[in-house]
Design a protein around this ligand. Sequence first.
Ligand code: FE
Ligand code: FE
Ligand code: ZN
Length: 278
Amino acid sequence: MLHIGCHLSSSGGYTAMVESALKIGADTFQFFTRNPRGSKGKEPSVEDIKNACALMNEHNFAPIVAHAPYTLNPASSREEVREFALDIFRDDLRILQMLDKSYYNFHPGSHLGDGADVGIQRTVEILNKVLFKDMKTTVLIETMAGKGSEIGSTFQEIKEILDGVELKDKVGVCLDSCHISDGGYDVISDFSSVLDEFDRIIGLDKLRAIHLNDSKNQKGAKKDRHEKIGDGYIGVESIKRIINEPRLKGLPFILETPNELDGYEKEIALLKSLYTLD
Ligand code: FE
Ligand code: FE
Ligand code: ZN
């Protein structure tokens, strides 16, 4: 069974997102916990979350993915930016305690010229402050494209972040197909070897979710511009290999392609038709 969904707007609340997902044939989805720029979100209704969870259980949803705001930069050289990241992180993890099965995906940040090692240390520091023992969600570090001074565009850097975390069972990785292709990994012609490398450096047991995107740019471009499935440089054949990779079986696949709901519905139908496992 292919667990697949897409990024949805959270403006109508949790139950509305589950209903949208069901309408387009999805059994998971991703959403921003608040405005993507990170302003204080309005407190979600407990009732709404309860209803959403009941509906997801009824329809056997895979875990859903909450995405941290883009402005959250735990690796920043500026103290106030790191304080902001800490506040948002804590508040989001508090809200996610209300959900049964979720992941919290974040970008490990940009070091803004201080070097990857320093950026990694700052991100580790924040993770060690916000993670707690009874956390229900798992925090996922997203693999990045490497634009600007982004950290996390190599498996080695992701591993270094994971190594620094004390509560190891509370963290995992989300692999973004567009980002790693832009970051120089050969998603286009040899995804199997990319996964071998992931396993060797990080360990496949750490991989919890996939962002399934085509890319507007060639391998190694470090651009991070997502394209519709089949319209980019990765292409439909390579994407077919990704969803049918036995080592990824059972993981939630989230589309973050430039689409409205009807476009996502078509992509989900296409991907289901290309799925050949079980
Ligand atoms: Fe992301
Ligand atoms: Fe992504
Ligand atoms: Zn991206």
